[in-house]
Design a protein around this ligand. Structure first.
Ligand SMILES: N[C@@H](CCC(=O)N[C@@H](CS)C(=O)NCC(=O)O)C(=O)O
Length: 211
């Protein structure tokens, strides 16, 4: 399997953490979604990451669909998302909230990256920052210990861990640790684990500088 995308994408990173957690070997293609868009479009017509190229040649796109496939390969006893019942709903709802919050952090980051400061839409930026805060606050309120939803690590923890890592990198002012003590502790807990350490962003995996 080849995972396409760089680890400064929290969506790529949650797939990488999941692969490492399941001890599934994979190679990487660290094409840039921005500076190598033409090559990227041959893999995913939407020019988005992550994608996962399978040995059969099939290409899976979108972290939700990729993780669904990995969970199936891992089997229900090992899957990071419970197979049924209230436990499954709880984890999936947490993942939906964390992924939506990640999208809002991404929207702020893109707005700031693609527009010179004078041309930012302050209205859009404010809206996204408010949505980002609301998502973080809800996650903080619902967060359990030692893990978000259970005594064991689940896909909720993987996705939240990647979200917090991304917010700290791209919109750091949105995450004062004192305001989100449970999420901060969860993030540290995640980042110490082997699957997170193996999926850390390297210095050359960042968005290209603006010209
Ligand atoms: N729903 C998608 C979201 C993926 C996503 O937003 N990827 C970003 C990088 S973090 C991307 O490809 N951005 C480039 C673009 O959308 O043009 C998933 O879960 O994989």
């Amino acid at each position: 399997m080849i995972l396409v995308g760089q680890y400064d994408s929290p969506f790529v990173r949650r797939v990488a953490v999941t692969l490492h957690h399941y001890h599934m070997p994979f190679e990487r293609n660290t094409l840039s979604v921005f500076s190598q868009a033409k090559k990227m479009q041959k893999i995913n017509p939407l020019i988005r990451i992550p994608s996962l190229e399978l040995a059969s040649g099939e290409i899976l796109i979108d972290s939700w669909a990729i993780i669904d496939y990995l969970d199936e390969l891992a089997g229900p006893a090992r899957a990071l998302t419970p197979s049924h019942g209230p436990e499954r709903r709880k984890v999936l709802q947490a993942v939906a909230l964390a992924a939506g919050t990640t999208e809002k952090a991404g929207a702020v980051s893109y707005e700031r990256y693609f527009h010179p400061s004078k041309m930012l839409s302050r209205e859009w930026e404010e809206r996204c920052l408010d949505q980002l805060q609301a998502g973080l606050q809800q996650l903080e309120k619902d967060c359990g210990t030692p893990w978000y939803a259970d005594l064991h690590m689940s896909q909720a923890d993987v996705t939240i861990g990647c979200l917090i890592g991304y917010v700290k990198l791209r919109v750091p002012e949105a995450f004062p640790a004192s305001k989100f003590p449970k999420l901060h502790a969860l993030s540290l807990h995640c980042e110490m684990r082997e699957e997170f350490v193996k999926s850390r962003i390297s210095a050359d995996e960042v968005m290209p500088a603006r010209k």
